[in-house]
Design a protein around this ligand. Structure first.
Ligand SMILES: [Cu+2]
Length: 126
């Protein structure tokens, strides 16, 4: 599972690097959602206990999402978005910002800590 995730992440990095920031896929909805406020999700990873811990979090389709990570040990957060998954490495420190790709269609996206092997939260896009 873990190894598969890493391989996917590597493939995604190549895809992202090769198609650049603007011309890839269907960028159609990106500007129309600019009026929505960015959804900031505080994530705290201290003492091996994540907060949030498996809850659902509602977002709008196309909404910008930012994680604000506070951690007492370095680790990785994995976003099971489709078709492109995302992975973030965080360090020790407070309020480290990570921008997630907006979710392009209604659905659920699981965000997990590879370091703790736990689901942090599930984004529910409507
Ligand atoms: Cu994962």
């Amino acid at each position: 599972m873990r190894r598969l995730h890493r391989r996917l992440a590597a493939v995604i990095l190549v895809l992202v690097a090769s198609c650049g920031l603007s011309a890839c896929g269907s960028g159609s909805g990106s500007s129309s959602s600019g009026s929505l406020p960015t959804k900031v999700i505080d994530v705290t990873l201290t003492g091996g206990v994540p907060v949030p811990n498996g809850t659902n979090i509602d977002v709008a389709v196309g909404q910008k999402i930012q994680l604000s990570v506070t951690a007492d040990a370095p680790g990785e957060i994995h976003v099971h978005s489709s078709p492109e998954e995302q992975e973030f490495s965080y360090e020790v420190g407070a309020d480290q910002p990570f921008d997630l790709d907006p979710i392009p269609a209604p659905g659920r996206v699981t965000v997990e800590s590879h370091t703790l092997d736990k689901v942090l939260f599930v984004l529910v896009a409507r």
